[in-house]
Design a protein around this ligand. Sequence first.
Ligand SMILES: CC(C)(COP(=O)(O)OP(=O)(O)OC[C@H]1O[C@@H](n2cnc3c(N)ncnc32)[C@H](O)[C@@H]1OP(=O)(O)O)[C@@H](O)C(=O)NCCC(=O)NCCS
Length: 177
Amino acid sequence: MDRADSRDFLIRAAEPDDAPAISALLGRDGTFEGTLQMPDMPVVSRIEFLQRVDPHSCRLVAISGGEVVGMAGLHTQQPSLRRSHVRGLGIAIAPEWQGRGAGRQLMNRLLDWADQWAGVLRVELWVHVDNERAIALYRSLGFLEEGRHKAYALKNGRYVDSISMARLHPNPPRMED
Ligand SMILES: CC(C)(COP(=O)(O)OP(=O)(O)OC[C@H]1O[C@@H](n2cnc3c(N)ncnc32)[C@H](O)[C@@H]1OP(=O)(O)O)[C@@H](O)C(=O)NCCC(=O)NCCS
């Protein structure tokens, strides 16, 4: 399959009206398995969370032909002031769009938001050990493995290990002289 580029889709902030389409994407076969989402959940089960607007979070969508083909977000982890420099990452691409560069472009946009605008020092995530594409993408963007978590999640009838990864800001902002 040809590699897509940014002319094939638009990346923009997710709006509350996008919530049903994002929820449907998160529940699709070929997408939910790599996350902690469940199969056969109603679209409405994720709507409330996806409609919430948090100024400390960034949620992006990739749009092609008017359809949501990918989403990615950075979210505050806990309501703790002492972790206000940390965001957790989530990302999901529609099966027919995987391996075509949408994930990388969404990640680049999120990391620009985090590095240049939001004062984020640490971005962290958990990924199933068998998710080779996701791990390759994260490594290439400077995420380092921090630990392996045995039987972290149930996946299609077996317990799979998970890897925790994090990326620290490569060049944290300083005051001008
Ligand atoms: C994991 C996921 C987000 C990656 O996004 P994507 O758009 O498919 O990935 P990209 O096309 O941007 O490729 C990213 C990199 O992965 C690598 N890659 C692609 N396919 C790969 C494969 N099968 N195995 C190993 N590496 C692979 C390539 O090196 C590519 O880097 P490049 O830009 O230098 O070529 C996406 O496949 C997805 O949503 N999967 C289902 C949900 C999921 O697993 N989410 C992550 C939860 S932690």
